[in-house]
Design a binder for this molecule. Sequence first.
Ligand SMILES: Cc1ncc(COP(=O)(O)O)c(C=O)c1O
Length: 395
Amino acid sequence: MTNTLNTLLIEKANSGTPSDTQPWCAYVYDLHALAAHAQHMKQQLPRNCQLYYAAKANPDVRLLQTLAPHVDGFEAASAGELAHLNKQQFGKPLIFGGPGKTSEDLQQALHQQVACIHVESLTELKRLALLCAHTGRTQAIMLRMNIALDGVASSKLQMGGQATPFGLDPSDLGGALALLQESPKLQFEGFHFHSMSHQLSVENHLKLMARYFEITRQWESQWHIRCKLLNVGGGIGVNYECVDEQFNWSEFCNGLGQLITQHDMQTRQIRFECGRYVSAFCGHYVMEVIDLKQSHGQWFAIGKGGTHHFRTPAAQNHNHPVWVHRNGQAAVVLNSTVNVVGQLCTPKDRLHQQLPVQELALGDFLVFTLAGAYAWNISHQNFLMHAPPEVVYLD
Ligand SMILES: Cc1ncc(COP(=O)(O)O)c(C=O)c1O
């Protein structure tokens, strides 16, 4: 990636005196790297596992097109995402989850013939049963469950294992299964679990998988049901603090293979719906330095753009990894630290605090890595009505 990106940065810097003309700001996506990464993820998984992409991480059409040949399908978390994915006609199954689905959302999902709907509450199950009875359509469903996670380490973003609006409480399972028995148009496929995101530990994620397998087994014998499929969600984290210490997917897949054998899960399909870990690595957000100033003894580098384009550092409250591409102007800052900020009139518009730099000048590029997931699409893009960044695809 870096070589091709470097070539692009050099070309951009040479295409005019950057700071004197229109300063540059862009998302740069390496589609080749994205394809290779997704292919690797899919290849490493045990045979009875599937890899879906959670489009919420980044629904950019070119990214989706690149991923389509390498994933088993796509997960949508809203009617809008569902319509967006459906429009692309990838010929890959679409699955539909997320809390608070209205009858209209469910109707759209039925109309689009989604492969599976993840039901998040008894109300939703009743809504769907009614719609299927009226339309005569049959629909495959999974019950999303929010289970206790005793003995499993938590991550910094929990959707389950505690009180949350996601999934069904285990105390509602009996009611849900009774409703399913009365609704022949709803085909129960199995359970869906997505309990946490930002998981950085292979060991802890394997413990989580083991918990899912155990509870599935327990419920199967308790309720006399059989699950064809288990959706184990996404949640694999990206290490923004120590970029060289990423989640080891191959090691995880090895451990998962052993767990599947231990829990006798070989005859069930195990489905992942990963977002962040699929697309984060392929994206870079580039800001050109448009001002350098000192305030109360600290340097500030003001870049073209900011958190209205790239909310990830503010959303995660972290210093986002960034490097400097020098563009040949004489350095203004030498061997110091700078606060990297954007163009918004709020002190919250900080992307990196106290970044050590050897040299920095106007016109240099600040290159933020790991910007391919939950970045542009989670940003408050209209705040102050600045122009959007350019989007460049390296393929
Ligand atoms: C139900 C569900 N599935 C999958 C994902 C994707 O998670 P991640 O991007 O952490 O892999 C999320 C994220 O919030 C989710 O809520």
